[in-house]
Design a protein around this ligand. Structure first.
Ligand code: DX5
Ligand code: ZN
Length: 219
């Protein structure tokens, strides 16, 4: 089953409650929250403060994507404030297995993300330690970018690695997931789709999400 995690980076921050209500109404299961520190990525976004406010106004699953250096510093706090999936970047995490295990110990789902230039094989010795692998299909830092085609190929590589190891982790893809890019992403094995600009710009968010979910049949 395909599930959709709208990135609120593309929402109207002055009317976030309304926009989160709309994405739920449109059929999304998650809210994707992009946390940026201006160090790991060349942009700043939101931090801890909005998390409990978002938690209060929605029962959607909070999918927190930490694009920050030294994520270990903040994991406990994101878990306490209501994150359900906490995703760290492989590139920022020195002791990946320890960090992922810690996320699980906090009662959350452990996610690990890789940038377009990072080989999926870097996750080869951690396959049992995460629940979600977030493959970035753009270089992290900004919404509204164009897909990096080679990154899409890595989805199938990781899917095969997981299958061979008998591990049922979910593959999530983030970056320029749109009507013209999603079918290949789904065909390669992703079942959790992050979508920002394309969804928030769509004239009918419900139809957009239904189309994405219907792509599984073509997989
Ligand atoms: C980029 C973020 C993404 C971004 C996706 O660094 O991780 O979640 O908001 O936005 P679109 O769908 O516009 O590429
Ligand atoms: Zn993201």
């Amino acid at each position: 089953m395909i599930r959709v995690s709208p990135s609120i980076l593309a929402a109207d921050f002055a009317d976030l409650g309304r926009d989160i209500g709309r994405i739920k109404q449109a059929g999304a299961e998650y809210v994707h929250i992009d946390v940026m520190d201006g160090l790991f990525v060349p942009n700043l976004s939101i931090g801890l403060a909005p998390i409990p406010c978002i938690r209060k106004i929605t029962d959607l699953t909070l999918d927190v994507h930490l694009m920050i250096e030294d994520p270990d510093k903040y994991i406990d706090e994101f878990a306490r404030l209501g994150a359900r999936i906490i995703t760290v970047h492989q590139e920022t995490t020195r002791h990946l297995n320890r960090t992922l295990n810690h996320i699980r110990e906090l009662g959350c789902l452990a996610g690990v993300s890789i940038c377009p230039a990072t080989p999926p094989e870097t996750l080869g010795w951690s396959l049992g330690d995460f629940d979600v692998a977030l493959i970035m299909s753009v270089n992290p830092g900004f919404g509204g970018q164009k897909i990096v085609p080679s990154a899409v190929k890595k989805i199938a590589v990781l899917r095969d690695m997981l299958e061979k190891a008998g591990v049922a982790a979910e593959i999530e893809v983030d970056g320029n997931v749109a009507l013209d890019t999603a079918q290949e992403i789904v065909n390669n094995g992703a079942r959790l789709l992050v979508t920002g600009s394309a969804l928030f710009k769509a004239p009918d968010a419900g139809a957009f999400i239904r189309t994405l979910k219907g792509m599984e049949a073509g997989a």
